[in-house]
Design a binder for this molecule. Structure first.
Ligand SMILES: [Zn+2]
Length: 599
C-alpha cells in the first residue's frame, strides 16, 4: 500500500531482487494527460553516446485506481498510457542494474547505484513540476546507507526516505549510491562537501584523500568566486558530493550539478603507512595512479562550473531521446582537461616537474594521433556520438580527442595571452562564466570575451587551432615561457607505427597512418609470429614474444621479414625500419619564466 504521494510526480525505488540485480520502480502521476507519454532517456548528459537505457527496463505496467489500463509502446523508449485524467496514473516496472560504470546502474549484495536516466521514466509535459523520490530499504543489509545530491525531505539517519527535486532535469542529475560505504565530510571555503567511497581495500588512507580533495576544492572555489565571505552564495551548488567506487581495475568519472560519480582502481587509492618493517621498500605509498585520481577529482569538480552551469547553448534544455549536438566539447571537455592537472599543481599536491610530465603526456598523445591531420577538434565534438565514444582500430587514424587537443588549445590560448601581458585564460574563464552562465555559451561569446580582455581579435587562432588541422604552436609558446622540448628515443613499437598487445605473443591492435608498419602491410588483428633479418644467413625464423625482441634476433636490422597470421593464413611481410625518430620530454630552461605561468 502506497500512501498519497508528496508531489505531482513521485517515484519510489525499492529492491525487486538483489541477486537478479533488479530495482523496482513505482511512478505515480497525480494529474496525467488523457494520452500520457512516458519516455526513458537514451543517453546520459556528460557521456555523448546513445546507450539505449530502455534495454534494461522490463515488466512495465500502467494502472489507475488499481485497474490495469492500456499502455502502448510507440518507439524503443516511449510509451503512451490511455488515461482518465481525473485519476492518478501509476506505472510499475523493473530495471536491470549490472554495470560497474558511472553511466547506468548497479545492484548486488555489496552495493547499489543508479543514475536517474536509467531508472526514471520522464512524464512528458510535466518535466518542470516538482519531482519526489522515496528510497525504500527493503531487502538490503541493515548497514546500507544512502548518498545523493538530491535534497532530503524526510529521511532516517542512514538516508532512506523522501527526497525532492524542483524538476526532472535535477532529479536525473543526482545519482544515488547505496551500501555500507566509507563516508566523511569537510568544508571548503565555507561550503559543505561529502566524500563517499565504496569498495575501498583496508589500506585506504581516507584522511589523505580528504585533505587533498579539500585543497583542490578550495583552489577552484577561490578561482571562480574569489576569497570573499560570499563564496557560499556565489557557488553553483549549496553542497557537493563525491561518489567514488573502487574496483580491482577501472577508471572514469561523470559530472553532475552538485555531485560526481567516479570509478578508480584499488591501486589508485592513497595508502596508510605500512608498519615499518621494510625501511628500504621502494614502493611509493602514493602512486602515479593516485595523481591520476586527483586529476579526475579536479576534472569533475571543475565541470560543476564548466558544462553544468556555464553550458553550450544546446545543453540549456537536454534532448533526452536523441543526440544533443554541440561543436564546443573541445572547450567544455578540453579546457576542463587543461585545468584539472593545473589545479592539482595549484593545490600543491604535485610539483612543477610532475605537472610538466603530465602536460607532456597530453602533448605526446596528440602528436601520436595521425587523426589530427584528418579531423579538427570542432568536428571531433560533433562526431563524439559516432567516433570518440565508439573507438575501433581506425580511431587514431581518423579522429582526434577533443579532450587532449582541446587541452592543448587551452594551453596555447593561455600562453599567448600571458605572453601578450594583458590577461590570462583564468580571467577569460571567469568573464565567460559571468557573461553566459544563464544564457548558454557559443563560440562567439568566447571570441567576444577574448577580444574585450586582450584588446585584439583571436578569430584567426580559433580558426587555425579549432576549425583546421594545422599543427598547434605548443613548442614555440612553451619556449617563450621558459620550457624546452628535449628529444628522447621512441619505443620501437612507436617507431614502427604500431600499437600492440603483448600477451602470449604479439597481436597488432592499431596500425598508424603513413607508418613503416602500414607500408609493410600490417593490419589490426594480425598475430606477429616470428621475425628474421632480411639478409640472415642461414635464414632462420625466431618466435616473437614481444616487439623489443626484434632487436635481439635481428642485429642492427635495416630490413626485416615478419611472419604473421591473418585469418589463419600465414604471410610474410617485409618491414623497413625507419631511422630512429624521437619523442620529447619537457624541461625547464628558465625557472623564473615558468614561475610566472605556474606560480
Ligand atoms: Zn569531462
Amino acid at each position: 500500500m502506497i500512501e498519497s504521494p508528496p508531489s505531482a510526480i513521485h517515484y519510489q525505488v525499492s529492491i525487486a531482487n538483489l541477486h537478479a540485480h533488479l530495482f523496482k520502480v513505482t511512478l505515480q502521476i497525480a494529474a496525467p494527460a488523457a494520452a500520457q507519454t512516458l519516455c526513458l532517456p537514451v543517453w546520459i548528459p556528460g557521456s555523448y553516446l546513445v546507450r539505449e537505457f530502455a534495454k534494461h527496463l522490463q515488466n512495465l505496467q500502467a494502472s489507475q485506481g488499481g485497474q490495469a489500463i492500456t499502455l502502448t509502446q510507440i518507439d524503443k523508449a516511449s510509451w503512451v498510457a490511455q488515461c482518465n485524467p481525473a485519476l492518478a496514473l501509476q506505472l510499475d516496472y523493473e530495471v536491470y542494474a549490472f554495470d560497474t560504470s558511472v553511466r547506468t546502474a548497479w545492484l548486488d549484495v555489496q552495493r547499489g547505484f543508479f543514475n536517474g536516466t536509467s531508472l526514471f521514466l520522464r512524464v512528458v509535459g510535466q518535466e518542470q513540476q516538482p519531482h519526489t523520490l522515496e528510497l525504500v530499504s527493503n531487502a538490503v543489509p541493515d548497514d546500507w546507507q544512502i548518498a545523493t545530491g538530491l535534497t532530503a525531505r524526510a529521511v532516517n539517519p542512514a538516508g532512506w526516505g523522501q527526497y525532492s527535486a524542483p524538476d526532472y532535469d535535477t532529479l536525473v542529475d543526482c545519482p544515488v549510491e547505496m551500501g555500507a560505504f566509507w563516508s566523511s565530510e569537510f568544508t571548503a571555503a565555507g561550503v559543505p562537501h561529502r566524500f563517499v567511497v565504496a569498495g575501498a581495500p583496508p589500506s585506504f588512507d581516507g584522511a589523505r584523500l580528504l585533505a587533498d580533495t579539500r585543497a583542490i576544492c578550495e583552489q577552484q572555489l577561490q578561482f571562480w568566486h574569489g576569497n570573499g565571505a560570499d563564496v557560499q552564495t556565489l557557488a553553483p551548488f549549496q553542497d557537493y558530493l563525491f561518489l567514488l567506487n573502487v574496483l580491482p581495475d577501472g577508471y572514469g568519472g561523470l559530472e553532475h550539478r552538485n555531485s560526481t560519480a567516479l570509478v578508480c582502481s584499488h591501486k589508485d587509492l592513497p595508502r596508510l603507512s605500512p608498519i615499518a618493517t621494510e625501511p628500504d621498500s621502494d614502493t611509493p605509498l602514493q602512486s602515479e595512479g593516485y595523481t591520476t585520481l586527483l586529476g579526475l577529482i579536479s576534472h569533475e569538480y571543475f565541470h560543476a562550473w564548466n558544462v553544468k552551469t556555464l553550458r553550450p547553448q544546446p545543453f540549456l534544455h537536454y534532448a533526452y531521446q536523441q543526440e544533443n549536438y554541440t561543436q564546443l566539447l573541445w572547450f567544455f571537455e578540453g579546457f576542463t582537461s587543461y585545468y584539472d592537472d593545473l589545479f592539482v599543481l595549484r593545490a600543491a599536491r604535485i610539483d612543477r616537474n610532475q605537472y610538466l610530465k603530465l602536460l607532456n603526456k597530453s602533448l605526446q598523445h596528440v602528436a601520436n594521433t595521425p587523426g589530427r591531420w584528418v579531423q579538427s577538434v570542432a568536428q571531433a565534438s560533433m562526431d563524439a556520438w559516432v567516433k570518440y565514444y565508439r573507438p575501433d582500430e581506425n580511431t587514431s587514424n581518423a579522429t582526434v580527442s577533443y579532450y587532449s587537443k582541446g587541452a592543448l588549445v587551452a594551453l596555447c590560448l593561455d600562453l599567448t595571452l600571458r605572453a601578450e601581458g594583458k590577461t590570462t585564460l583564468d580571467d577569460v574563464m571567469r568573464a565567460l562564466y559571468q557573461r553566459c552562465h544563464h544564457t548558454g555559451m557559443t563560440e562567439n561569446d568566447l571570441l567576444a570575451v577574448l577580444e574585450s580582455l586582450s584588446g585584439r581579435s583571436f578569430s584567426s587562432e580559433i580558426r587555425d587551432w579549432v576549425h583546421s588541422t594545422q599543427e598547434l604552436p605548443t613548442t614555440s609558446l612553451l619556449q617563450v615561457h621558459g620550457i624546452a622540448s628535449r628529444p628522447e628515443k621512441q619505443p620501437l613499437a612507436q617507431q614502427l607505427g604500431l600499437r600492440v598487445k603483448e600477451q602470449n605473443g604479439v597481436t597488432i591492435q592499431h596500425v598508424l597512418r603513413n607508418s613503416a608498419a602500414e607500408q609493410a602491410g600490417f593490419a589490426s588483428g594480425d598475430e606477429w609470429l616470428a621475425v628474421q633479418a632480411a639478409n640472415a644467413s642461414p635464414p632462420t625464423w625466431w618466435r616473437l614474444q614481444q616487439i623489443d625482441d626484434i632487436l635481439l634476433y635481428c642485429a642492427n636490422p635495416a630490413q626485416i621479414l615478419a611472419l604473421i597470421s591473418r585469418q589463419k593464413r600465414l604471410q610474410t611481410l617485409t618491414l623497413t625500419l625507419p631511422s630512429a625518430s624521437s619523442t620529447s620530454q619537457l624541461c625547464i630552461l628558465d625557472a623564473s619564466l615558468v614561475a610566472r605561468w605556474l606560480g
